[in-house]
Design a protein around this ligand. Structure first.
Ligand SMILES: NC(=O)c1ccc[n+]([C@@H]2O[C@H](COP(=O)([O-])OP(=O)(O)OC[C@H]3O[C@@H](n4cnc5c(N)ncnc54)[C@H](O)[C@@H]3O)[C@@H](O)[C@H]2O)c1
Length: 316
């Protein structure tokens, strides 16, 4: 195949290398790759598709970035200092996006932003506050000029039933998870519109589509996020803004571990029980990041209002 093509050796990042061949007649790129199976990003890029007739796969990261459209796009990630938000921001940045981490936790958020590098910005923001969201939107636009995507990932949980739950617990869970999604979106949708459209991904939960024990406020917030996603998709589709919801199952983050503390469970037992699902492990922030990538990228140009469960089969 190399004989009838232009080919060059390409550095593909992540310490791997590949021989790329471009078949002009068929307008296809073939890649012969020695990839590092221990790097999950790389491994999945290799699996993602793009099988050619020869059975080899198109895996050049730069080509992938450009083709699927994240290159240079600015994505705001709330709750970006920790757990799922941080893992998604890291993955999106590796896939070519520039990311603004909005979080209430300044110290950790600034550190996370520094680690991601020059494509990241930390903005201190309490998503419960209209004014804070407005300011954060202004700072983000001043820094990056435009915004393409929003990942509403900030959230807290209180493991109490209706009788046990105090009003302040109800308020914080609903205010961060549900009202925060509204306020952040309210101030960013006009920015997406200015750029001709974009993508919003709201982080729901398996408990947004079914109930769970001792989590009444959380279930209310996530159920709200799920149906709010559909309403937003209807309202903003005409401006080329897609709105989708990713519903994770148990992902190993500080939030999940804190649930064991709140319920008075042994942590190891808690984590083992949480991993008990058809795909027998806990989720990782990267598992969620890959789903978010799908919605942020040009892989999903006609997908809006969808509720996408990513939970190792937990709610199956
Ligand atoms: N971890 C799981 O198993 C799981 C499962 C389903 C859904 N989720 C959802 O995923 C999202 C992320 O959760 P996580 O597990 O990564 O938790 P996490 O605690 O690791 O991260 C949550 C982040 O939100 C930030 N945050 C909290 N209050 C805020 C506020 N008022 N303003 C701005 N930022 C604020 C925190 O500082 C933190 O950085 C949440 O919406 C959560 O409900 C998590």
């Amino acid at each position: 195949m190399r004989n009838d093509t232009d080919f060059r050796r390409a550095s593909c990042g992540f310490g791997s290398s590949a021989v790329l061949t471009w078949n002009k007649k068929r307008n296809k790129i073939y890649v012969f790759i020695r990839y590092n199976v221990y790097n999950p990003l790389w491994y999945d890029i290799a699996r993602l598709n793009l099988k050619t007739e020869s059975g080899s796969e198109i895996v050049d990261l730069n080509w992938w970035k450009n083709t699927f459209g994240l290159n240079g796009k600015v994505i705001v990630v709330t709750g970006g200092a920790s757990g799922i938000g941080l893992g998604c921001a890291e993955f999106l940045a590796k896939a070519g996006a520039r990311v603004a981490l909005w979080d209430i936790n300044k110290e950790v958020g600034e550190m996370a932003s520094r680690e991601i590098g020059e494509d990241a910005l930390f903005v201190e923001c309490d998503v419960r506050s209209n004014e804070a969201c407005e300011n954060a939107a202004r700072k983000t636009v001043a820094h990056f000029n435009s915004i393409w995507g929003v990942l509403n990932a900030a959230g807290v949980i209180r493991r109490k039933n209706t009788v046990e739950l105090e009003e302040k617990d109800w308020d914080i869970v609903l205010d961060v998870g549900l009202k925060g999604t509204y306020l952040v979106s309210k101030h960013l949708i006009p920015e997406l519109e200015k750029g001709g459209g974009g993508s919003i991904v709201n982080v729901g939960s398996g408990w947004g589509i079914k109930g769970g024990p001792k989590a009444v406020a959380y279930c209310a917030a996530k159920g709200g996020v799920v149906n709010m996603t559909r309403a937003m998709a209807i309202d903003h589709g005409a401006k080329n803004i897609r709105v989708n919801c990713v519903c994770p199952g148990d992902v190993d983050t500080p939030l999940l571990r804190d649930e064991a503390r709140q319920l008075g469970y042994d942590l190891d037992k808690w984590l083992a029980e949480s991993a008990d699902r058809p795909i027998h492990r806990l989720g990782t922030p990267l598992d969620i990041g890959k789903a978010v990538y799908f919605f942020m990228s040009d892989l999903s140009p006609w997908v809006s209002g969808s509720i996408f469960v990513v939970d190792g089969g937990g709610t199956a």
